[in-house]
Design a protein around this ligand. Structure first.
Ligand SMILES: Cc1ncc(COP(=O)(O)O)c(C=O)c1O
Length: 421
């Protein structure tokens, strides 16, 4: 008789594939030794990371708590319900869908719930701060819906609500999107609500970037103002990579069906559990203080760089990020990223309002403070970072100087270690 083969024994030890482990180790060193100023990145907690690495990844759970297409979901239901309850507590809402794999999935689910192919969307122009999923011609949003865009005011570089109103009246959109990837000012969701009501449109607040600031009261809330709020959990919220949709419970069935089976299959339960962990962290007073410090740092770094002679888009910031216009420095965003990366300062190139350069090159860079604030840096360190950025850009052709700056960057990052355990 042929004996059946014994299944491979998966142990739950922390040892992993040596090749992968080596690469993760190198990435950890990079994250520890560089200054991460990408506005959409953060350092999530060890608890969130461990939860993402849990056995919950093994379970298929298409459906929702109490209504699954697979058996064996009793504990999965508990986890998802916990995440939902905590999301509602955090956002002050009565309905949340915590299944979206990402911010884009969350947005697509909202579109699918209220729009038909060819319907009109009014969203922020990408060049002025909008996101790809708000209508880029290669994104599903731009391919299946008729996109109209509003820009910022050319003088103030802030949203011109009267112009949004004019455009809404002229285009009669079915959905208006308020929310951005690279806008450094507060967004007035109430004004967007008024405009949406005047033209009978739905309002979506995409709070992917500002969710952490919003739930702690450092940005006006879109909850009970917009019909739908989407968010990511990995930016200022400092949780696992993922998204969520929040709405009034009258939209529950519509949104649930649009997320699954509309745009997704089985939920990632290990990520949903990690979202629950992150929501609990975000409910703590220390997280409120963290949000306050993100903005304090952003303003301090922005002012320093401004005083060094760089033009800041809209003249300043109210949130976790700001944009530098490099035009007068005869420097592109692409070149600035190269120079700053060479000294270990990690930022991203970014188009600025009315940018004449291609999005691959850009006239600007975007700088954000969520990650360095998580490391424990404060205003004093922001002045040091401002000096390092300014000095690197001004001495971009001086290799000796750049080397010196690189050492200072490494020392500063090393003084605020992450993941010490
Ligand atoms: C405003 C906005 N919406 C949506 C997203 C998409 O999030 P994700 O990358 O998780 O799909 C982003 C990401 O940067 C964003 O800035």
């Amino acid at each position: 008789m042929v004996k059946s083969k014994k299944h491979e024994n998966h142990t739950l030890s922390t040892d992993i594939d040596a090749e992968v482990k080596e690469i993760i180790k190198k990435e950890l060193e990079r994250q520890k030794n560089q200054l991460i100023l990408i506005a959409s990145e953060n350092f999530t907690s060890q608890e969130v990371i461990r939860t993402m690495g849990s056995i919950l990844t093994n379970k298929y759970a298409e459906g929702y708590p109490g209504f699954r297409y697979y058996a064996g979901c009793e504990h999965i239901d508990e986890i998802e319900q916990l995440a939902i309850n905590r999301a509602n507590q955090l956002f002050g809402s009565n309905y949340s869908n915590v299944q979206p794999h990402s911010g884009v999935s969350a947005n697509l689910a909202v579109y699918l719930s209220v729009l038909n192919c060819g319907d009109r969307i009014l969203s922020m122009n990408l060049r002025d701060g909008g996101h790809l999923s708000h209508g880029h011609k290669q994104n599903l949003s731009g391919r299946y819906y008729e996109i109209h865009t509003y820009t910022v005011d050319p003088e103030t570089e802030m949203i011109d609500y009267e112009n949004v109103r004019k455009l809404a009246k002229a285009t009669r959109p079915k959905l208006i999107i308020a929310g951005a990837s690279s806008y450094s000012r507060l967004i007035d969701f109430n004004k967007f609500r008024d405009i949406a009501d005047e033209v009978g449109a739905y309002l979506l607040a995409d709070t992917a970037h500002i969710a952490g600031l919003m739930v702690t009261g450092y940005h006006p809330s879109s909850i009970n103002v917009a019909d739908f709020t989407t968010a990511t959990t990995h930016k200022t919220l400092r949780g696992p990579r993922g998204g969520l949709v929040i709405a009034d419970k009258k939209y529950a069935g519509l949104i649930d069906r649009s997320v699954f089976p509309g745009v997704q299959g089985g939920p990632m339960m290990h990520i949903i559990a990690a979202k629950a962990v992150a929501f609990r962290e975000a409910l703590k007073d220390s997280f409120k203080d963290y949000s306050r410090r993100i903005i304090e740092n952003s303003k301090a770094l922005c002012e320093y760089i401004k005083n060094e002679g760089f033009r800041i888009v809209s003249g300043g910031t109210d949130n976790h990020l700001f944009l530098i216009d490099l035009t007068s420095k005869e420097l592109t965003g692409y070149e600035a990223v190269g120079t700053l990366s060479s000294v270990g300062i990690i930022i991203n190139k970014n188009v600025i309002p009315f940018d004449k350069l291609d999005p691959i090159i850009t006239s600007g860079i975007r700088i954000g403070t969520p990650a360095v604030t998580t490391q424990g840096m404060g205003v004093e360190e922001m002045y040091k970072i401002g000096e390092l950025i300014s000095s690197a850009l001004k001495n971009r052709k001086n290799n000796t100087k750049l080397k010196e700056i690189g050492k200072k960057v490494k020392n500063l990052a090393g003084d605020f270690p992450v993941y010490t355990r």
